[in-house]
Unconditional design. Structure first.
Ligand SMILES: Nc1ncnc2c1ncn2[C@@H]1O[C@H](COP(=O)(O)OP(=O)(O)O)[C@@H](O)[C@H]1O
Ligand SMILES: [Mg+2]
Length: 463
């Protein structure tokens, strides 16, 4: 599939089982079998075998694996090297990136957006580190070379990882490697590979058809006076391994051709669906917003002239919207610090409060006590600890006779939590500061998730 790689990862926690030999030679064989098929390789290990095998003398590298992991599209880093195999140069600094790789699906995303076509082979370190895990989850096929019982025992960690994450094991396959044909046994499993295969199957591990023998000729390919590493295809003709690689490569090629939609394509589809879902949910949150300030009744200016510094939402989701900085600060000040008068814009008290007001969240919770309806107003630190609590009687009108006026506090709470005739829902109102330059960001996927976490947290406190 154009621009979506079919990904094969070679992985084992054991070193010296033949991973790198397999990764590099598989690339060469696949390219030889299907000239028109783009075949590429990258290594997540810190040795430079891939570069030694594939770099063409004088070729200027355009980047390396570290840049790929730091979001440069793979297709921009790929170079066509020896034997027609494309490669991304290796990096020495991968270890420094460990902490910048957020999560296990980073490589799935990067490969979905990589623009790489054909087959991509990934060689890994003998470690189930964050890079290896990322490669495993991004693969259509994982080949785990095993050469003996200890390496077979070790497979369990990879299978367990998939089980723990609820991922389908079907991409994981075991391949007996470095098999010494001279070793024979009595009984049903007459040789080394049959024994390993039987143990693997017994544990529920799938084995790929075939195996790779141990060959002194193959072993000698990386030790020569030129300091080069020679491919099996060109330098180990006549060995058993030569034919075994051909068999394995044909099998993989057939599997590739039978895969209509590789993991990278499906992952991209999922990413697009997720983006659409997030956009829809964001739009739905926007459409619920009240378009006037609940305190002053003014319509919000969408051009940014109104400082929409606070967002409110009822705990039952029944009302939400923005509050202007001035209105909300005055309300909070009067409720929490008993400032009864309406303060002018340049009042030092208002200034002082505004300086720290945005470091807190606030709740308004109406309730009944023996004397009638009240409202509990609380200020919380961002970590959810309560800083201040005040209780006020909640009457529709304040004063009496000629001085009787409608209570603005009552109006505000009734507008958010009220139901006709004059009842309040059993809910509270959360007021949260926003970024006044981008108030809508509180409704984005991440912003809203954090808000809901705060909502749950203070709800527990209020209960
Ligand atoms: N089929 C084989 N026969 C003999 N030696 C092999 C074979 N495949 C790999 N080797 C040798 O085994 C050693 C380890 O192989 P390597 O591919 O580097 O393993 P890993 O990447 O798992 O550490 C290397 O010296 C390599 O030349
Ligand atoms: Mg290796």
């Amino acid at each position: 599939m154009e621009k979506y790689p079919y990904v094969i990862t070679i992985s084992s926690e054991k070193g010296g089982v033949g991973k790198t030999t397999l990764a590099t030679n598989l690339a060469i064989y696949l390219k030889a079998l299907a000239e028109d098929l783009p075949v590429s390789i990258l290594s997540l290990d810190n040795h430079f075998t891939v570069d030694k095998m594939f770099a063409i003398k004088g070729q200027k590298p355009v980047g390396d694996v570290a840049e790929f992991l730091m979001e440069t599209p793979g297709s921009e880093l790929i170079q066509t090297g020896q034997y027609g195999v494309d490669y991304i140069p290796s990096s020495l600094v991968l270890d420094d990136l460990r902490d910048s790789i957020r999560g296990n699906m980073v490589m799935s995303r990067l490969l979905a957006l990589s623009g790489i076509s054909g087959i991509l082979i990934i060689d890994t370190r003998p470690e189930l580190n964050i890079f290896t895990q990322n490669a495993l989850y991004a693969s259509d096929r994982v080949i785990i070379p095993v050469k003996d019982m200890p390496s077979l025992e070790n497979c369990r960690n990879i299978f367990d990882l998939f089980d723990k994450r609820g991922l389908d094991r079907k991409s994981l396959t075991v391949l007996p490697c470095l098999i010494d044909a001279r070793i024979k046994y009595q009984g049903p499993f007459k040789d080394h590979k049959s024994l390993l295969r039987a143990f693997a199957i017994n544990r529920g591990y799938r084995c790929i058809d075939g195996f790779i023998s141990k060959s002194p000729k193959v072993e000698s390919l990386n030790t020569n006076p030129d300091g080069r590493i020679y491919p099996i295809l060109t330098h180990a003709r006549g060995t058993e391994v030569y034919g075994q690689y051909a068999h394995l490569s044909r099998e993989i090629l057939e599997e590739y051709r039978n895969t209509a939609e590789p993991h990278s394509f499906l992952f991209h589809k999922w990413m697009l669906a997720e983006e659409e879902r997030k956009r829809d949910e964001y739009q739905a949150r926007l459409s619920r917003l009240k378009d006037t300030c609940l305190l002053c009744g003014k319509a919000h200016a969408v051009d940014g002239t109104d400082e929409l510094s606070f967002y409110y939402e009822a705990s039952d989701g029944g009302a939400c919207g923005f509050l202007e900085d001035r209105c909300c600060s005055s309300l909070l000040l009067s409720c929490l610090y008993n400032s009864r008068t309406v303060l002018s814009d340049d009042d030092p008290l208002l200034h002082m409060f505004r300086e720290t007001a945005r470091e807190s969240v606030y709740t308004f919770r109406p309730f009944e006590n023996g004397n009638g309806r009240c409202v509990e107003v609380q200020r919380f630190n961002m970590d959810g600890s309560s800083v201040l609590k005040k209780v006020h009687p909640l009457h529709e009108y304040e004063g009496s006779g000629f001085t009787r006026t409608k209570s603005s506090l009552y109006d505000f709470i009734f507008a958010a939590l009220g139901e006709l005739p004059g009842r309040m829902r059993d809910a509270f109102l959360l007021i949260h500061p926003t970024n006044p330059r981008k108030p809508g960001s509180i409704l984005s996927e991440d912003g809203y998730r954090r808000l809901m976490k705060t909502m749950r947290h203070v709800a527990e406190r209020l209960a």
